[in-house]
Design a protein around this ligand. Structure first.
Ligand code: NAI
Length: 426
């Protein structure tokens, strides 16, 4: 039997659809880039006859991207890229569109999660859009027969791009993929500001606690870590950064943050936020040193940054103390609170809304033009990971500036000549 859609799984799909529709409409109202792209795509129908499979965080902003791809002429099949980040009402609203089938559902177990990925692939996609690489992995591992008819795909996040580059290095990636994450229009805004704002607001709403006066430990000072650290500082926290990369550590130091190893930070922190994309960043030796009542949250893609199995082994008991917070009690009576099962807190906490709408307008603007590029020119890109052509990133930046009413200067011919010459000196 084929995997059921969200509509088939909900008790009251009509009510869910209505609520989801309101969320999507609100997001769309605040997405000028997607609105402009939708107008173009609606006229030109660049995706007519294509089938797009998506595995993404299914909430309102993603829904706008999904609808815009459908308005461009594609049939779209979508599922989640994390078992806790789906908004069922949004998923149901999408599934009501005849051009869209949604299998995304919140709170599914591993088996259902992967069955939904399979169901999405049953639509025989010509383009894939991933956030974390699950579709690409499933296609290469389980359905290599689909590869010949896939033009290409797009990857949204750092961890997904890392996975793809590792595949590419091994010669295992068999169709072209755009590293959407790596574009300036995505990474400098989404990873930095989006993750910073959304993670802190999700933690604040989940705990109802303040950051002011607290020691906030940020593990990893990459794009996401920079945003989290900056916003935490802006909320009057004392920020402590842990790193493994000397230049990133130095950058954090020069920004005025305290930098130290996690073993030391563990003794000082009140709130810990991991943003490394790595595993085992907070483990047993760190849990041992933490104060009573600390709050641990992860903003990286997978739930492996905090060693929850290790924490469970050390704890004498665990219980839900608030929606989205699990308290682990240690033998000596200290309590360690983990948010959202260690899954990315800005999307998986019960109150999480994901990144601000404006930020995702940019990220998904890039996704939309990249899907169009794969359809129109996919043949020009061989199997492997490709940087998004700069012209596409600029196209989206120009739409955004126009929408914001911001004008900029243009280079004169003399300036272009000067910048391109090695013969000019003092
Ligand atoms: P990045 O590569 O720019 O930064 C990661 C940083 O972590 C690097 O500076 C690295 O040296 C450091 N690091 C690695 N292992 C470490 C360890 N054991 N201890 C301390 N530092 C360590 O990556 P970016 O773009 O900041 O992404 C980080 C993660 O966040 C990825 O998993 C990415 O997919 C995810 N992400 C999450 C978002 C969200 O909505 N929560 C949005 C965008 C990305």
């Amino acid at each position: 039997m084929s995997h059921p859609t969200i509509t088939e799984r909900l008790d009251d799909p009509a009510e869910a659809r209505e609520s989801g529709r309101r969320k999507i409409d609100w997001a769309r109202q605040h997405m000028p880039i997607m609105t402009a792209i939708a107008e173009r795509f609606g006229d030109e129908r660049p995706l007519a006859g294509e089938t797009v499979a998506m595995a993404m965080h299914v909430e309102a902003k993603t829904a706008v991207l999904t609808e815009v791809l459908a308005e461009a002429g594609a049939e779209v099949a979508i599922t989640g890229c994390n078992p806790l980040s789906t908004h069922d009402d949004v998923s149901a609203a999408l599934d009501a569109d005849p051009a869209i089938t949604s299998y995304a559902e919140r709170g599914v177990d591993d088996e259902e999660y992967y069955a939904a990925i399979e169901a999405t692939l049953d639509h025989a996609p010509s383009v894939t859009v991933d956030d974390g690489g699950d579709l690409v992995m499933a296609i290469h591992d389980e359905h290599p027969e689909l590869i010949d008819s896939i033009r290409g795909g797009c990857e949204e996040t750092t961890t997904g791009v890392h996975r793809l580059r590792a595949m590419d290095d091994d010669g295992a990636l068999r169709y072209p993929m755009f590293a959407v994450n790596d574009t300036p229009m995505k990474r400098l805004f989404d990873n930095v500001h989006g993750t910073g704002e959304a993670s802190l607001s999700s933690i604040a709403m989940t705990t109802n606690l303040s950051f002011a006066g607290k020691n906030v430990v940020v593990a990893g000072y990459g794009y996401c870590g920079k945003g989290v650290a900056k916003k935490a500082k802006g909320q009057n926290a004392h920020v402590i950064v842990t790193e493994v990369e000397p230049r990133s550590a130095l950058e954090a130091h020069m920004e005025g943050y305290e930098v130290c190893p996690m073993a030391e930070a563990a003794e000082k922190g009140d709130v810990f936020i991991t943003t490394t994309g790595n595993r085992d960043v907070i483990v047993g030796e760190h849990f041992e040193r933490m104060d009573d009542g600390v709050v641990l949250a992860n903003a990286g893609h997978f739930n492996v940054e905090i060693d929850l199995d290790g924490l469970d082994d050390m704890a004498v008991s665990r219980r839900a103390v608030r929606d989205g917070i699990e308290e682990f009690e240690m033998a000596d009576g200290r309590r360690i609170n983990v948010l959202a099962d260690g899954r990315l807190v800005n999307l998986a906490a019960p109150v999480a809304l994901g990144h601000p709408v404006e930020v995702m307008d940019q990220s998904f603007g890039i996704q939309a033009v990249c899907v169009r590029e794969m359809v129109e020119n996919g043949g020009a890109y061989g199997p492997g990971v490709h940087d998004v052509p700069d012209a596409l990133d600029e196209e989206v930046a120009e739409i955004k500036l126009a929408a914001e009413g911001v004008e900029i200067d243009a280079l004169s011919d003399e300036q272009i000549e000067y910048m391109g010459s090695w013969q000019h000196g003092t």
